[in-house]
Design a protein around this ligand. Structure first.
Ligand code: HEM
Length: 393
């Protein structure tokens, strides 16, 4: 297998990781990424297959799990209850409890409030150039996930701080400081939710927290720790990627001078899928092999880890002709931006709805929107998102 070296913190790489993916794909479906010390799946067929192959999973096999340093114990305790880090049967139970809140009907019902939110935010835009990321792209997903769970919207700034500190744990350049900040955020977030859930126990409403509390009271359906972790997971996952999907989407639309005509009902869904394919906010997830497996010419041993490069799969010319060309009218086959298989993104219908409304309302209300500065991606490979998006209306 070809060994390739590419620092994930190299500024040129984080600004544009796609040339590295093209190089890697020329060597086959799998390459060895030396900087991570991991085999990486880079073709669409390899990423697609590995996401769905039940002989691989996210949860470490017991002999590989390791105990980890003491100072990370509070963070690990929360992670250990997360559906994202588990496999069946626990994964199935936790996921089915939240899936009921994410049906297409339940998500469609959120449309009027998201629309209103978009309009309110746009009405408050300043006349002079400003950063669209905090003013718009961030507010829509964070306020919507607060509403869906039933957490007060005025908690949004605090939730953002806790969430950013926690997800920084997945960055390539994590330090002891990153770890201490993540532990502090985990403890504060857990304390807030413990207290809030107690307050809400006798105050049922039509929201997800009420349904999860009922599942916990139902005895064997959901433990207290699982309830808290599930809320943290949904609150964090509910905005972190969507903020950047909207930000990257605005950047792509402005850079490619995409016309408002493709934001009409017949073409809008295609535009959203092409935006997600072309510049997804999440580029890498990993899996463990659970048994010896021969795939794409490589023999995986139990416990081997493999990185699935979603951003590379989405630019595979075997699936998309001229993959580096942004074409909102292309007949897009399934991109890998929301993953696939058992861990396929729970929030995909919500994220798509938020993108549809955020982008159409923005470009409808601000037809002259333009960059006030060239945007740059943040130096964090795991989250492929902009540091800011200064625009003028
Ligand atoms: C454009 C925005 C989003 C993107 C690109 C995205 C992407 C992903 C991906 C790739 C995975 C699978 C990870 C893996 O297979 O290892 C995932 C899982 C997940 N996502 Fe999203 N996501 C987005 C928005 C959301 C939203 C709005 C929520 C909502 C509440 C959400 C909740 C989750 C949860 C709970 C999981 C874990 C599912 C499981 O383990 O079964 N995501 N997401």
């Amino acid at each position: 297998m070809k060994r390739l070296s590419q620092s994930p913190t190299d500024p040129a790489f984080v600004q544009n990781p796609y040339p590295f993916y093209d190089t890697a794909r020329q060597y086959g479906d799998l390459v060895y990424w030396e900087d991570y010390g991991l085999i990486a799946a880079v073709s669409h067929r390899a990423v697609h297959t590995l996401l769905r192959d039940r002989r691989f999973g996210r949860e470490a096999p017991p002999e590989c799990a390791g105990i980890g340093p003491d100072h990370l114990a509070p963070w690990r305790a929360v992670e250990a209850q997360s559906m994202l880090e588990l496999e069946p049967p626990r994964h199935t139970r936790l996921r089915s409890l939240v899936m009921r809140a994410f049906t297409s009907r339940a998500i469609a019902a959120l449309s009027p409030s998201i629309e209103q939110l978009c309009h309110d935010l746009i009405s408050a835009f300043p006349a002079e150039p400003f950063d669209l990321l905090p003013a718009y792209c961030t507010q829509i997903p964070v306020i919507t996930i607060c509403q869906l769970l039933g957490v007060p919207e005025n908690m949004a700034p605090q939730l953002l701080n806790w969430s950013h500190a926690m997800v920084a744990m997945y960055q390539a350049n994590r330090t002891r400081q990153t770890e201490d900040a993540a532990v502090k955020a985990t403890q504060e977030f857990t304390a807030f939710l413990t207290d809030y859930i107690e307050k809400r126990r006798n105050n049922p409403r039509d929201d997800l927290i009420t349904r999860l509390i009922a599942a916990e009271e139902d005895g064997d359906k959901l433990s207290r720790d699982e309830l808290i972790t599930t809320c943290i997971l949904l609150l964090n996952a509910g905005h972190e990627a969507t903020v950047h999907a909207i930000g990257n989407g605005v950047k792509t639309i402005l850079t490619t001078a995409t016309q408002a005509q493709v934001m009409t009902p017949g073409t809008l869904d295609g535009l959203i899928e092409e935006l997600l394919r072309f510049d997804p906010p999440l580029h890498m997830f990993t899996r463990y092999a659970y048994e010896p497996v021969e795939l794409f010419g490589h023999r995986f041993a139990r416990g081997d880890q493999v990185a699935l490069l979603l951003g590379a799969a989405n630019r595979d010319p075997a699936v998309w002709p001229k993959p580096d060309h942004f074409d909102p009218l292309r007949k897009t086959s399934a991109n890998t931006s929301f993953g696939g298989g058992l861990h396929f993104c729970v929030g995909a219908p919500l994220a798509r709805l938020e993108m549809r409304l955020a982008l159409t309302i923005l470009f409808d209300r601000c037809p002259n929107l333009k960059f006030a500065e060239n945007p740059a991606y943040s130096n964090s490979y795991h989250f492929h998102g902009l540091t800011g998006l200064r625009v003028a209306t």
